[in-house]
Design a protein around this ligand. Structure first.
Ligand SMILES: [Zn+2]
Length: 384
């Protein structure tokens, strides 16, 4: 017992000392949110919880109240009302500064594709977190920016390639939300230029008719993904858990198997994000395909008290040189803090178990924590 106990302390300390690179996250809100906005950002559901119930009665609600309250000088057993009142009293910039400071993140890789004037950009996030912040460019957002400037579908392929090259001059990676716009069961092959031009013409027509600019055409989505491969930057995919816009059954990463086979020797690294509840499937892909990586960010925050189990499950098959850390924070700085804290706690508990079972030594544990916490991200995203 005493060996296990001291091993437990050692793992907590060693994981605590590891630099964390958050390889997938977004900006936090600039203004203090009204309760309804805060609660909307706290859930992946676009709808409020039924009358007489509260979204705070959830793993993520518990985690925010109990873990973040002390950072705002409140005891962890205070009510959601007290928490939000204290938040308003301190003001958004102080709350952002405290929660991001306590998260102790080394570097942020920020997905800027889901923009809003109300969230901080790359420079703003670097300032409030004190961490170097690099940009991840979203493939579909660039396509939508290009489409509104064109009058002919035939111009789309070259215009898109040029815009993507310009957008990625300083970026360290790319992201696709094909899971949201179609599904991960997209065809594997690169579409022909003629096919892309024809679909682009139809899309421009639709934009002209409806005024709505939202890329959902599977051929154009696939074209964007292949242009991303050509940029030779790590390419992130939303996988698994997400809001009501996804059809979760089509977010299983095994649906991408043919495309993963087709890109194995392309030079692109494929980063499967979130993955829950398909984190075991993602682990299989990361083990078999040399260019596939995965994380369980987002799921850590939303599974709260059970996040250590999710982390342990994700490491059943995923090689240690293929797993990464992320929080997938959007909007609430609480997610940076809780995501980092639960990751550190869950990884330490997992490593403690391995040591207690005789599966690993303290130095093995230190190496695994270093790889997942930062070394894999440094290597794959070529961070200095
Ligand atoms: Zn995200």
């Amino acid at each position: 017992m005493s060996t296990e106990h001291s091993a437990g302390r050692a793992c907590r300390d060693l994981v605590d000392a590891v630099d964390l690179i958050d390889h997938h996250c977004h900006g936090v809100i600039i203004e203090n949110p009204p309760r309804a906005v805060f609660e909307d950002l706290m859930t992946e559901s676009p709808w409020p919880s039924p009358r007489g119930t509260s979204g705070w009665d959830s793993q993520v609600g518990l985690a925010i109240r109990r873990r973040c309250a002390p950072v705002l000088d409140l005891s962890p057993d205070r009510s959601p009302e007290d928490y939000l009142a204290r938040r308003a009293e301190l003001g958004a910039s102080e709350v952002n500064r405290r929660l991001l400071g306590f998260a102790r993140l080394h570097t942020l890789l920020l997905d800027t594709g889901y923009r809003g004037d109300d969230i901080l950009d790359v420079a703003g996030m670097a300032e409030v977190s004190g961490a170097p912040t690099h940009e991840i460019v979203r493939l579909e957002a660039v396509a939508e920016q290009v489409a509104v400037t064109l009058s002919s579908g035939a111009d789309f392929p070259d215009a898109y390639r040029a815009a993507l090259a310009a957008a990625t001059v300083d970026a360290v990676g790319l992201k696709s939300i094909v899971a949201y716009r179609y599904g991960l069961d997209f065809e594997a092959a690169r579409p022909s230029e003629d096919e892309v031009a024809a679909r682009a013409a139809a899309w421009l027509d639709e934009i002209g008719r409806t005024g709505r600019v939202r890329l959902t055409d599977p051929v154009l989505l696939r074209f964007g993904i292949w242009c991303g491969v050509d940029r030779a930057l790590p390419l992130q995919f939303h996988v698994g858990y997400g809001d009501a816009d996804v059809d979760l059954v089509r977010c299983n990463p095994l649906l991408m198997t043919a495309w993963l086979k087709a890109t194995r020797e392309s030079g692109t690294s494929v980063m499967l994000l979130h993955c829950y509840p398909y984190h075991r499937e993602a682990g299989y892909l990361a083990q078999v395909y040399p260019h596939v990586y995965c994380d369980v960010g987002l799921a850590i925050n939303y599974t709260g008290a059970r996040s250590a189990a999710v982390i342990a499950e994700s490491l059943e098959l995923t090689p240690f040189h293929k797993a990464l850390f992320s929080t997938d924070t959007f909007g609430l700085p609480e997610f940076y803090y809780v995501g980092a804290l639960l990751f550190r706690q869950g990884l330490a508990e997992t490593l403690d178990d391995w040591i207690a079972g005789g599966h690993a030594s303290i130095s093995d544990a230190a190496r695994v924590a270093e790889l997942i916490g930062n070394a894999n991200a440094r290597r794959v995203y070529r961070l200095s």
